[in-house]
Design a protein around this ligand. Structure first.
Ligand code: FES
Ligand code: FES
Length: 175
């Protein structure tokens, strides 16, 4: 989880602050309200609406992005705390030629989504896990633990577990 920094003071209503960060490989500099959530910044200031917002208090995982290589909930951070970070959103996950990342492909093939609202959050969390762990535990229990921070109201999770296993096994064969 990111270090808390640049927290605004209690009487900072109306104040703005400049943030400079990398977003999906591109440098971005913006003046933001010190009260704005990072999730709102991503959606409304950067126009990257693939990051979804559900509970807005750190429970559902819909707003998950990757910050400095680790999955993080963007609704529990302020935009000003993003100064200097490397931010990746769901828009960066597919390959440059438009082909899907293996976990996106697996979600598609295993029918691991219904309404899709939770999907970007799941994908960002799983991508981060794949990148940070040489080996993924592909037992049901291991995968349930891996996705425990993301809630889905539609699928019942069985197909999501199948998709994670499918993608993890394919990726591990390539390593
Ligand atoms: S919207 Fe961030 S955890 Fe639910
Ligand atoms: S697919 Fe609808 S919330 Fe997960």
């Amino acid at each position: 989880m990111k270090m808390i920094r640049n927290l605004p003071s209690a009487n900072s209503f109306g104040q703005t602050s400049k943030v400079s960060l990398t977003v999906n490989g591109t440098n971005v500099e913006k003046e933001v309200s010190v009260r704005m959530l990072l999730s709102d910044f991503i959606r409304h200031e950067l126009g990257l609406t693939g990051t979804h917002v559900g509970c807005e208090h750190g429970i559902c995982g819909a707003c998950t992005v990757i910050i400095d290589g680790k999955s993080s909930r963007s609704c529990t951070l302020l935009a000003v705390q993003a100064d200097g970070i490397d931010l990746r959103t769901i828009e960066s996950v597919a390959n440059k030629d438009g082909s899907l990342h293996p976990i996106q492909e697996a979600f598609h093939e295993c029918h691991a989504l219904q309404c899709g609202y939770c999907t970007p959050g799941f994908i960002m969390n799983i991508v981060s896990e794949f990148e940070n762990n040489e080996k993924i535990d592909t037992t049901d229990e291991g995968i349930r633990e891996l996705i425990a921070g993301n809630l889905c109201r539609c699928t019942g999770y069985a197909n999501i577990i199948e998709a994670v296993r499918d993608a993890a096994e394919k990726l591990q064969k390539k390593r």
